[in-house]
Design a protein around this ligand. Sequence first.
Ligand code: UDP
Ligand code: MG
Length: 309
Amino acid sequence: MKLLSVIVPCYNEEENIRDFYDELFRNTSFFEEKEIEVEVIYVDDGSTDKTVQEIRKLHGEDARVHLLSFSRNFGKEAAIYAGLQKSRGDLVVMMDADLQDPPSLLPEMCGYIEQGYDSVATRRVTRKGEPPVRSFFARMFYRLMNKISKTEIVDGARDYRLMTRQVVDAILAMTEYNRFTKGIFGWVGYETKWLEYENIERKKGETKWSFWKLFVYSLEGITAFSTVPLTIAAVLGALFCVLAFGIIVFTIVRTLIFGDPTSGWPSLVCIIMMVSGVQLFCLGIVGQYLSKTYMEVKNRPIYLVKEDF
Ligand code: UDP
Ligand code: MG
């Protein structure tokens, strides 16, 4: 008998808890056929609605349902990490509670693991149902990210992944505080099979990601998996030095030939404004990395548990 752990991060998903459970166990013949035992771990990420009550009710009906609840909202990345820590399965899969990750793909995914893959990941090939502006920025982000980072980050990759215990342990060994999961999966490597499917819109409730939250998250991804922005700061500094040297030589030569008519106050202001702008920009980049380092050094726990069964 093999154990499959299903990790479901939930944040205010009261309407989806039972639907997800029903959908997961709608077709149990596959699990029976392959002799796979299932445990469902709902990780409640500090929900303020009836999510926890719903999960408790389910646990009363079916002992395979487990709950790990946080003391407050720590974010999906923390929920995934907590779920992985709690999981005991030989195989572990992560799925969203909103049924955007169809459980009907599970048999196919298990098939690939049997073929010898270490993990089976999914990506959506369309972004239908998403605001065009968001799709545009998402595409730009992935293009940029893959240019500046050695870690491969796949466009449209979802967190819907089936992994062997070996991969789970590798991910758990990455104890960083700033958890950019998409990058972490790429970083650990292992042989990954990619499955593609059309985007499915969420069943009930609404997305927890505003445009601003996504923007901040993308910055987190960049600082967590690339140091190219720091290089940009250094290169800009060097460029400005060369430029300044050229201008100094030019000014000296011009003064020697034409004398010094003492003009040029407006252009001087422009130059000062621009150079100080560039300086602040570079300082900001350094600040980003410093703040991330600061958070890592504090070594705070990634999440705090309120309830666990
Ligand atoms: N989620 C979470 N903590 C958060 C935000 C989201 O655990 O702070 C969960 C949410 O309940 C869902 C999954 O992460 O199961 C994906 O969230 P959502 O559907 O809002 O994101 P989207 O699919 O729109 O990217
Ligand atoms: Mg969703």
